[in-house]
Design a protein around this ligand. Structure first.
Ligand code: FPP
Length: 238
């Protein structure tokens, strides 16, 4: 069985699919002697700037790690603050996303959230489902290992073992239908994937930048895309 990825001989300079680990909100707030919530609020502003910039640059899909399956370990107050910000973001920004022809997707098990938030999320996804423009995927209660285990369970219930191949697994992931992941950016100087898109990142370029997420914006995204354009992607070839 051949599993060689399609060689991108005419790889575009603009990555089709960019994923971001938005890290450093807490440190941004601490540097300013502000509560962590202020850092997360500034993080939402960065989400707005970067989603607009990504659209303007022609990036087809942007995936943002907003809440990991490990983030439940944070103090209850901070978890509740993050949920509140997500609620606010959907309420205040859905109209713009719909108007801009953005398709909203969620990856991760958001059904663990409160019923009102689940309803809000599902309404937002449904209201943008018919759009044909760029994809904004928000990772909520997402963990790559859980995503892969769930995909394996569904496939095992449906297919004989010898038919479970890479394509079958890929089609069961939360990201099915999104373009191949080209670039993963992590802000704030940490150099880890933290259980984010482990399968999808197999051939992605990884970029770690020192900027704290609330300071990230259109210029920083343009710099990241320029750095991506300098990378030689060989997909295991020469
Ligand atoms: C990491 O910073 C950031 C998060 C865990 C949450 C990211 C969430 C947002 C930007 C806001 C909500 C998102 C949307 C899409 C509305 P950290 O708290 O781990 O920072 P630290 O490592 O400096 O403490």
């Amino acid at each position: 069985m051949s599993t060689a990825p399609i060689l991108a001989t005419d790889a575009p300079t603009i990555p089709r699919h960019v994923a971001i680990i938005m890290d450093g909100n807490g440190r941004w707030a601490r540097q300013r002697h502000l509560p962590r919530l202020a850092g997360h609020k500034a993080g939402v502003e960065a989400v707005r700037r970067v989603t607009r910039a990504a659209r303007a640059m022609g990036i087809e899909a942007l995936t943002l790690y907003a809440f990991s399956s490990e983030n439940w370990r944070r103090p209850a107050e901070e978890v509740s603050d993050l949920m509140g910000l997500l609620r606010l973001f959907i309420r205040s920004d859905l109209a713009e996303l719909a108007r801009e022809n953005v398709r909203l997707r969620i990856i991760g098990d958001y059904r663990a959230f409160s019923p009102d938030l689940i309803a809000l999320i599902e309404d937002a996804v449904a209201r943008t489902a018919g759009n044909s423009g760029p994809l904004l995927a928000i990772a909520l209660n997402y963990g790559a290992q859980a995503e892969l285990a769930a995909a394996a369970r569904r496939l095992a219930a449906r297919l004989p073992a010898d038919q479970i191949d890479e394509a079958a697994i890929e089609a069961e992931l939360d990201t099915a239908g999104l373009p191949p992941l080209d670039l993963v950016i992590r802000t704030s100087g940490e150099q880890r994937l933290s259980n984010f898109l482990l399968w999808q990142a197999a051939y992605a370029e990884l970029l770690f930048v020192d900027t704290l997420w609330p300071d990230f914006g259109a210029d920083a995204l343009a710099d990241a895309v320029a750095a991506f354009g300098q990378r030689q992607r060989r997909y295991g070839g020469l």
